[in-house]
Design a protein around this ligand. Structure first.
Ligand code: ACO
Length: 330
């Protein structure tokens, strides 16, 4: 008997406040034209002071649970991918459990840069295949603006806040669900994308704060070079593990970090516009939330059909990269 993890529910949350490129022109030396041409981003949503990674994650989770027509009490496990937990400990997963229900639910945070959501889906899929868990909440939530340096124009223009959540459910004897995953990590590129301060390597100090070490630092050019290779590799390897080829892919849902990186993959695979989801213009890079946000948008637009082969793929800090191949439907 084949047991697979199928997507039973999907929910997203985007904060209300919008930061446009024109707003950013007043904060750092930049221009709408530069940002649009180099990244494809026009605006992004910014969490308020009263919103945290866990509050956004909880709202997305509530929506995913409603979509799956189950309650939090039905959940067996919570996997929360994030790079900006409310606190290093306790985990965001435990905070979400507490905000959702009084019933204890096992769970943990997973940190794999922007690839965290892909790692989370594979982890949940493996837990489901083990036969021990049937309903797992996989969350991707980040408040990246909490670690964005608004004095550094090379990164300030890129990021937004959001959360997404999937309910993955065990389904026996099904053709639907997660068919395969491909995960990679290579620490040699660790310094390309890093939050240097606040960990055990550089605990918070007056000096670490004054030198702005608690903000995200990125070598944009090198990250770009890595990403244009990593994304196609993740797609091809994921499909190969499912016994499929690029021609079998109905919809590509790539991490939304830069339109030029997505365009490079689209050109390489000769994809027509209806076979790729792009919404970076309205949300910027929301890290682990970009994929649920894009997938939800595709679903709302009626672009997902039962039986479709959907490929989620991402890259990020670590360096990490990977993909999930899903046969859509439940
Ligand atoms: N506005 C105006 N000018 C700028 C800005 C800005 N916001 N930022 C940089 N510039 C300038 C630079 O100073 C540079 O000027 P110079 O030529 O006088 O030195 C010039 O623009 C070109 O800078 P580059 O860094 O070469 O610009 P590039 O075309 O590489 O674009 C970018 C930069 C957008 C960051 C790009 O490198 C990129 O997208 N990299 C990948 C980022 C990525 O994928 N990150 C996500 C990884 S994981 C995660 O999601 C967290």
């Amino acid at each position: 008997m084949i047991t697979r993890a199928v997507v039973a529910g999907l929910g997203t949350y985007v904060p209300e406040a919008v930061l446009t490129n024109q707003d950013l022109e007043k904060i750092v030396e930049t221009s709408d034209e530069w940002i649009v041409t180099r990244t494809g981003i026009r605006e992004r949503h910014i969490a308020g002071n009263d919103e945290t990674t866990s509050s956004m994650a909880t709202e997305a989770s509530r929506r995913a649970l409603r979509d799956a027509k189950i309650t939090a009490e039905d959940l067996d496990f919570i996997v929360c991918a994030t790079n900006t937990p409310d606190t290093i400990f306790p985990s965001t997963a435990a905070r979400v459990q507490h905000q959702l229900t009084e019933k204890p639910i096992p769970g943990f945070d997973l940190q794999a840069g922007c690839t965290g959501l892909i790692y989370g889906m594979e982890t949940a899929s493996a837990l489901i295949k083990s036969g021990k868990y049937r309903n797992i909440l996989v969350i991707g939530a980040d408040k990246l603006t909490s670690i964005t340096d608004y004095e550094d124009r090379t990164t300030a223009v890129l990021f937004g806040d959001a959360a997404g959540a999937f309910v993955l459910q065990a389904n026996d004897n099904t053709e639907f669900g997660i068919l395969s995953s491909y995960l990679q990590a290579d620490g040699r590129g660790g310094d390309l994308l890093i939050q240097p301060g606040g960990g055990s390597l550089m605990p918070a100090s007056k000096e670490s704060v004054e030198t702005r070490q608690h903000y995200l630092k990125m070598n944009g050019n090198e990250t770009f070079r890595f990403a244009v290779k990593a994304l196609p590799e993740a797609v091809e390897e994921g499909l190969k593990r499912a016994g499929l080829e690029v021609g079998d892919m109905d919809l590509l849902v790539p991490h939304q970090a830069n339109l030029r990186i997505i365009d490079a993959a689209v050109r390489r695979f000769e994809l027509s516009p209806e076979r790729v989801v792009i919404n970076i213009d309205r949300y910027g890079n929301t890290s682990v939330a970009t994929i649920p946000l894009a997938l939800q948008e595709a679903r709302m637009e009626g672009r997902l059909h039962d039986g479709d082969v959907v490929v989620l793929c991402a890259f990020g800090a670590g360096l990490t990269w990977g993909s999930n191949v899903i046969r859509w439907g439940r």
